[in-house]
Design a binder for this molecule. Structure first.
Ligand SMILES: Cc1cc2nc3c(=O)[nH]c(=O)nc-3n(C[C@H](O)[C@H](O)[C@H](O)COP(=O)(O)OP(=O)(O)OC[C@H]3O[C@@H](n4cnc5c(N)ncnc54)[C@H](O)[C@@H]3O)c2cc1C
Length: 301
């Protein structure tokens, strides 16, 4: 293996985190590759208003296009594909395997692989998200959901916590159980204090115009927006296989520079953060890309 075969960095994932990291690294004149399986969560985002620099809102696909164009401007090419295996040899060089292309070798790897949301079973899910009848993140758009009839759908303790948060915006908030659970007295008291209605598992969900209808044993209820609080699965199998540490909650442990417990392996964006936000993802990317540049051998002009 010659030194030329080894990239400075490999970025796995081209959502907001990976694309931002790629732009930074390319502007640091680093040799890098980006590989992406094409399933960024940002593809789901209808017009949003909490993304810095877009006072009139931006749709997720448009933001991804702009981030990609920005990276391309500095010579970055995003290769379509999925990294299926990652190993690190005793010289600290990583080798990434893909199904449909040659192996890639790099001195550092930035894992920007995101999470996969657990979504409610709803035939018209995409339309429901586009119309704001189903939402995923109250931090993102609770302001826009506003003072409507809102619900949170998830395991009851989680749904109640999110419902309390939504009381910032609306007077009419329900916590709807996604799995059978009898609320204990403490939970009932919390819900009472917050003015949150606790509801059992609905028999069925459907989209009707711009609202989500839930059918219960005693009748139907209509909600302007239902927040899914079903969690998500961090796409971190590559880090796990290398032995990167997690905390007790299953979150990947990273240091102040976003480095995992594996030397040279960095994790950025949703894959590592509980506050799953574009602004957090790009912040991680800036920190990690700068740390990677500073640790690599100098590339003086
Ligand atoms: C409906 C919805 C609305 C949202 N609204 C907002 C909002 O208003 N404001 C906000 O800030 N955030 C919002 N978010 C969250 C936002 O989309 C995420 O925080 C952001 O996309 C995270 O970026 P990321 O780069 O970490 O991950 P992602 O954007 O998910 O990108 C990860 C990429 O990695 C790829 N990948 C995964 N595994 C591999 C592999 N093994 N090999 C190659 N590629 C791989 C995936 O295919 C994907 O393309 C919303 C999310 C959803 C679903």
């Amino acid at each position: 293996m010659s030194a030329e075969d080894v990239l400075d960095a490999l970025v796995i994932g081209a959502g907001p985190a990976g694309l931002t990291a790629a732009t930074y690294l390319a502007r640091f004149r680093r040799r890098l590759a980006v590989i992406d399986a094409g399933a960024s969560r940002a593809r789901w985002i209808p017009t949003r208003h909490n993304c810095p620099g877009f006072p009139f809102g931006v749709e997720g696909p448009r933001l991804l296009d702009r981030l990609r164009t920005q990276a391309q401007k500095y010579g970055v090419r995003v290769r379509e594909g999925r990294v299926t295996g990652l190993r690190r040899d005793d010289r600290g060089v990583f080798t990434a395997q893909t199904r449909d292309g040659p192996d890639l070798r790099a001195r550092c790897v930035l894992l920007a692989t995101g999470i996969v949301d657990r979504m409610p079973h709803l035939f018209e899910l995409r339309q429901a998200i586009e119309r704001g009848a189903v939402r995923l993140c109250a931090v993102c758009d609770g302001y826009e959901a506003g003072d409507g009839t809102l619900a949170v759908y998830g395991p009851l303790p989680v749904a109640l916590a999110h419902a309390e948060f939504l009381r910032t915006f609306s007077r009419d908030v329900s916590a709807v159980a996604s799995e059978p659970a009898e609320p204990d007295p403490a939970m009932r008291e919390r819900a009472r204090r917050a003015g949150v209605r606790l509801l059992p598992v609905p028999e069925a969900l459907r989209l009707e115009d711009d609202r989500l209808v839930m059918r219960f044993a005693d009748g139907e209820r209509r909600f302007d927006s239902v927040y899914a609080a079903l969690g998500g699965d961090a796409q971190s199998a590559l880090a796990t296989a290398l032995g990167a540490r997690c905390d007790d909650n299953g979150e990947r442990v990273v240091d102040a520079h976003q480095q995992t417990s594996i030397d040279g392996l960095y994790a950025i964006g949703d894959v590592v953060s509980a506050l799953n936000q574009i602004s957090v993802a790009v912040g991680h990317a800036a920190i990690a890309a700068t740390a990677v540049h500073n640790r690599l051998p100098r590339n003086w002009a």
